[in-house]
Design a protein around this ligand. Sequence first.
Ligand code: UDP
Length: 335
Amino acid sequence: MAERPIAVVTGGAGFIGSHMVDLLVSRGYAVRVIDNLVGGREANLKHHGSGAEVTLDRRDIRSLAPDDSLFAGTRFVFHFAGIGDIVPSIERPSDYMSTNVQGTVAVLEAARHAGARKLVYAASSSCYGLAETPTREDHPVQPQYPYALSKYQGEQAVFHWGKVYKLPVNSIRIFNAYGTRSRTSGAYGAVFGVFLRQKLAGKPFTVVGDGTQRRDFIYATDLATGFLAAAETDRSGEIWNIGAGKPQTINRLVELLVGHATYIPKRPGEPDITFADITKIGRDLGWAPKVSFEEGVGRILAEIDYWREAPLWTPETIADATKTWFRVLSGERQG
Ligand code: UDP
């Protein structure tokens, strides 16, 4: 039998990364995951059958050596490792810059030394700030908080390595990702985790504002096919937006999850709509989303037990957790 091609997935035990691992395994790859298991979980890699070749290296990406053996012989590198969430990034900006920028540099160096054929970076649509919609890739960049800045600077490093060292790279700017295994612990954020736990507890969903705001939710398996296409293409040096291109209201989400709502204040700087213009990725890579919002929410509800250990947020604990957010983004000087 021919040797399996190798792919490295950083953050492969995390939410989106583990869906990437699934797709690569199904395509016959031997997959090497590096994940420090802070956000990721080993259990996210446990469902593969005995025929699969998936290894987990429990390290922080910042510990990678340029000639790290983990990357030896790899064809593709998918870089998902990093830290997310707005509130902690406002409170601990240095950690975000270190992991998301310096960590990306460590991954780039390892990919360069290994002679990888392509590195695909998981970028964030948060770089666009309060954006015109539908948002195209040439929209001005205006990060509004340290998380957004760190992901954008990581992306800049990726293109720098592409230009200076001729490492073939592409970047995909993700809109609102959702799916099974979406993060269940830690900081307040990501509406799905919040609502699913509330549903399990029989508590009302904490809807921000009046729930008419819309988000361009994109299902994790659709993200994975986009990332693989971005690796397989001959193109490099490209940015693609990825979303469903079909924003959904929070009220619609409440309807699909079935439950009652309670209303909490809008957050400063929160966009009324996120909406990816996905013309470019469709044209360049022939990619299109396959999972409808109804189907995606259905798949999550079928696995709702996964969120049983997640923190249960209430209007009071949310108000407390978002205090710094309200203070910092309201425009006062922060000493
Ligand atoms: N949201 C909500 N209740 C919550 C958390 C979030 O209604 O407890 C809404 C929020 O207003 C936003 C959407 O869900 O419109 C997505 O929020 P998330 O924090 O997941 O992503 P982002 O705001 O960064 O797009």
